[in-house]
Every structure is written in C-alpha cells, then in structure tokens.
Design a protein around this ligand. Structure first.
Ligand code: NAP
Length: 311
C-alpha cells in the first residue's frame, strides 16, 4: 500500500485524461494520471478512426498510445490502477484504489469516461465471453468466415458492423427502428456493403446457445411492427446500444444529472467542489467524440492550473 502525491491527479486515461495531462504538465505542475481499469479508454476498442484531425486513419490503440507517450515525455507520472473511492470533503483530496493505494492531490480532474450498455438479458450475461461481446476489435477475429450480429443503430454499431464485415461471412445489423442514428457517411457504407444485412424495426428477445461446449448459436428476434418472432443463426453477438458515464464512485460527492453525467458549471469544467474538475464523456451526454474529449481535457487542465495558481 503506497501513498502517491501530486499537485494534480487525473482519473482516467482516455483522450480527455491524456490531453489534460499534456496541458497541465506543460504548465509546470506535478501531474499524475491513474489509468482506470481500461488503459487508453474506450477508443482502444476502435479499429479505425478517420475523424481525428491530423490522422487520416489511425487505430484507436495507436492514437491512445501516442497520447500516452506524449504525456509521459512531458513529465506526467502514469500509474496503472483503478480508483474505487474518493474523499472530496477534505483537502488535499484523497482517492483510494482497488490495490489499496492512496493518491493525494490539491486538484483532481475526473476523466473516467463511459462504458458500454447492455441489453440486460439473462442469456446475454450467460454467454458473455462465449459469443457475446461489446468489442468487435477485440473479439471479431474469432468469427472469421462465420455469421455474426451487431445490435444497435448508432456510430458504434455501424462501425462494428463495417469492421466485422472485413472478417465474417455475414453480418446482421439489428436495429429497433427504421432509421440509423449513425453518421451519414457510415450509414452509406453499411447499406452498400453486400455482407451486411440490416434487420429494421427488430429487437432481440433472446440469445440462443448450447452449454457443452458453451457457445452462442443464434438469436430470437421480434419485429416490433408485426410482433412476429423468428430465430436466426449467428455465432458472435456484438452489443452496441450506447454508453453510460462511469460515475458510480462520485455519487454523493459530485452533482450528477438524471443520466449520471457529472454536471459542470457553464463554460467551465468546474464541478460543484472547488478544485475538482471534469472532462470528456463523463460530463458530456451529447458529443462524445475523441477530438471533443481531448479539447475538454485541455480546458479542464487550464481550469485546474488556474485554480492551483490561485490557491
Ligand atoms: P448511441 O449513439 O447512443 O446509439 C445507441 C444505439 O443503440 C441507438 O441506435 C439506439 O437506438 C440503440 N439502442 C439503445 N438502447 C437499446 C436497446 N435497449 N435495445 C436495442 N437498441 C438500443 O451510442 P453509440 O453508438 O455507442 O455512440 C455513443 C457516442 O459515441 C455517440 O455520440 C457517437 O456519435 C459516438 N461515436 C462516434 C464514432 C465516430 O466515428 N464518430 C464512433 C463510435 C461512437 P435508437 O436509435 O432507437 O435510439
């Protein structure tokens, strides 16, 4: 059990956390980033990014690694750990980790991002890791030449379907409405892809599988207009139905909105507690783009540095 100390502690290692680290370190204060349980954040699960300025196309993993190296080069201390409890009632602030370590700082930037939502079916839990996944980049490889299904109609679902189509024989994209939410350029690619079949107005009633060996065999789906149910074969099921902010440990400490996002003051990253700032997807219910998270991290660092200068 160790006690770490820094002027500024940044929780989370997505684009918001790394960018905050880069900006704060350049301002000459001591900065420590605690990675969270997924180093690099959600972007590391994205196979191809083509809307981060300066990079025509880059994998999420590579982009996040570049940000990490840049932060470390500028003097940011990086720790692989996961904060499970925060004490923002006393100063300096103390954050405690699952490894039993304590992190003490005069200012904190919360950049803990968001996590994938699930359908909440019992069968989804049962087959998680045995055919059910929320990450095509991580698990798509296992389904080369097979049939898979992606659930959802947003950018994540469409990007996953396009990636899986490069590996699988056939991809069902199952969406509960008749219009995709994804960016037009991605919609056009999906609709033009011969390997992808969109099942419109359709929801998943159950994930089907066998126990010995444990694996997924298909889906029971229902058309929401006719209520007609049918079964389709698929060996990999990729759930991409949105995200929720990682704010569980801040309940009772910071002001959260009805969906759990951290509420910040208008035109600032300041939370309700002086010296605690928030950046990226954890406080952004709308835009959720890597470039916007990065910008938000820069703003939080500038606010935190100003706060530290004044105190
Ligand atoms: P999202 O945009 O919220 O889309 C979630 C999708 O899942 C929607 O189509 C929604 O249907 C569907 N859905 C939600 N709950 C469902 C349920 N219980 N059963 C079936 N379907 C359900 O989430 P996202 O795709 O994860 O994207 C999150 C954010 O990241 C967005 O702001 C997105 O733009 C961003 N992102 C951007 C990129 C990029 O390349 N620019 C890539 C990935 C993500 P409805 O449409 O009916 O609501």
């Amino acid at each position: 059990m160790a006690l770490y100390t820094a002027d500024l502690l940044i929780l989370g290692s997505g684009p918001a956390g790394y960018t905050a680290g880069i900006y704060a370190a350049r301002a000459g204060i001591s900065v420590m980033i605690v990675s969270g349980n997924q180093e690099g954040g959600q972007l590391t699960m994205t196979n191809s990014i083509e809307n981060f300025p300066g990079f025509e196309e880059i994998s999420g993993f590579e982009l996040m690694d570049k940000m990490k190296q840049q932060a470390i080069k500028l003097g940011v201390q990086f720790v692989t750990d996961h904060i499970v409890e925060v004490d923002f009632a006393h100063r300096p602030f103390i954050c405690s980790s699952e490894n039993g370590h304590s992190y003490k700082a005069r200012a904190v930037i919360v950049a803990t991002g968001s996590s994938a939502k699930w359908l909440n079916l019992a069968s989804e839990k049962k087959y998680l890791g045995y055919g059910v996944s929320a990450c095509a980049t991580c698990d798509g490889f296992f389904y080369r030449g097979r049939t898979v299904a992606v659930i959802g109609g947003g950018n994540s679902a469409v990007a996953e379907a396009l990636y899986l189509a490069t590996l699988a024989e056939k991809v069902y994209l199952i969406h509960r409405r008749h219009q995709l939410r994804a960016d037009k350029v991605l919609q056009d690619r999906v609709l033009a892809n011969r390997k992808i079949e969109v099942l419109w107005d359709t929801v998943v009633e159950d994930i089907l599988g066998v126990d010995e060996p444990k694996k997924v065999t298909g889906l029971k789906i229902r058309n929401v207009n006719t209520d007609a149910c049918k079964e389709i074969n698929a060996e990999g099921i990729f759930v991409a139905v949105g995200h929720q902010p990682n704010t569980e440990i801040f309940k009772g400490n910071l002001i959260l909105d009805s969906k759990g996002y951290i509420v910040t003051q208008e035109k600032s990253s300041a939370t309700g507690i002086e010296g605690v700032f928030a950046a990226g997807d954890v406080m952004d219910p709308k835009y959720k783009q890597a470039v916007i998270s990065a910008g938000s991290g820069a703003k939080a660092a500038m606010d935190a540095v100003e706060y530290l200068d004044e105190h």
